[in-house]
Design a protein around this ligand. Structure first.
Ligand SMILES: Nc1ncnc2c1ncn2[C@@H]1O[C@H](COP(=O)(O)OP(=O)(O)OP(=O)(O)O)[C@@H](O)[C@H]1O
Ligand SMILES: [Mg+2]
Length: 260
């Protein structure tokens, strides 16, 4: 059987003509159409306020909780429009893990941070829970550092370790898509590197959607990139050419550090 990573990769999610506005009149996404490719790191970058977080919030319907007055178009996940009012949002959110800029660990043990979601979903089998803890910590490159203190409070971990714990927590429920919104913005270079390395491994099994904290991080991590400005998709490309040879002047100005 051909390895799926060697063949043409499928589009896990496709946005079609998405418009999103908030009640204050801000048009945060303007007629956005683009794919997000499976088994790849899909980078969404651009200056502050360009709509990156609004875009990420489409995937798990977090915009439902915001002051959104207009949401048009389609977000097709495996071909199904998740903006449809009949979407099972709980099931959707199980498919979509999310890591935010600041690590938010629960005031519990390291282990409990990881089993909490599964236990809420009714999982009681200790073997299943323990396997999930070990697998997700390994995937987040944290297992070796915490395996001997899984019952210590998570809050005692360093910032970089806490962020990797948040990544592990998002993986514990076995999602299909992992959203990361500037996950390393508060981290030192070593912790940043660890997160970037684990993304390289994770993309073999997941669809990664990353808002990077810098153009350098975008260029290091991206398989596919989308540059946004004021809610508009300006340029989309596979590989690294958007960083080395951008086609649009606005992309070029941003990549070369002339604004942002
Ligand atoms: N809940 C909200 N209510 C009203 N306006 C919002 C809301 N969230 C975002 N916006 C506006 O939508 C636009 C896009 O914001 P968004 O947070 O998506 O941008 P971003 O690219 O993630 O920016 P940053 O790099 O600062 O995180 C901005 O003008 C912002 O002020
Ligand atoms: Mg943002």
């Amino acid at each position: 059987m051909p390895n799926k990573n060697d063949s043409v990769k499928e589009n896990k999610v496709v946005l079609e003509n998405v418009n999103l506005s908030y009640s204050d009149g801000t048009e945060s996404l303007k007629n956005v159409s683009m794919p997000f490719v499976a088994n790849s790191t899909n980078v969404v970058f651009g200056p502050a306020g360009s709509g990156k977080s609004s875009l990420l919030r489409l995937f798990n319907r977090l915009n439902d909780l915001a002051d959104v007055t207009l949401l048009e178009g389609q977000v097709l996940l495996d071909g199904e429009n998740i903006l449809d009012p009949n979407t099972d949002v709980i099931a959707l959110r199980r498919k979509v893990g999310m890591v935010f800029a600041r690590p938010v660990v629960l005031p519990m043990s390291i282990r409990k941070n990881l089993t909490y979601g599964l236990e809420l979903a009714g999982e009681k089998n200790k073997t299943v829970l323990n396997e999930s803890v070990e697998r997700s910590l390994n995937q987040a490159a944290l297992w070796d550092e915490v395996k001997d203190r899984l019952d210590d409070p998570a809050i005692a971990l360093s910032g970089g370790q806490q962020q990797r714990l948040c990544l592990a927590r998002s993986l514990a429920n076995e999602p299909e898509i992992v959203l990361l919104d500037e996950p390393t913005s508060g981290l030192d270079p070593i912790s940043t590197n660890k997160i970037e390395e684990s993304l390289q491994i994770l993309k073999k099994d997941y669809t990664i959607i990353l808002v990077p904290h810098s153009v350098h991080q975008a260029a290091r991590t991206a398989d596919y990139s989308a540059f946004f400005l004021q809610g508009k998709l300006i340029e989309y490309s596979a590989g690294k050419t958007i960083y080395t040879n951008p086609q649009d002047e606005r992309t070029r100005d941003y990549v070369e550090g002339r604004f942002g």
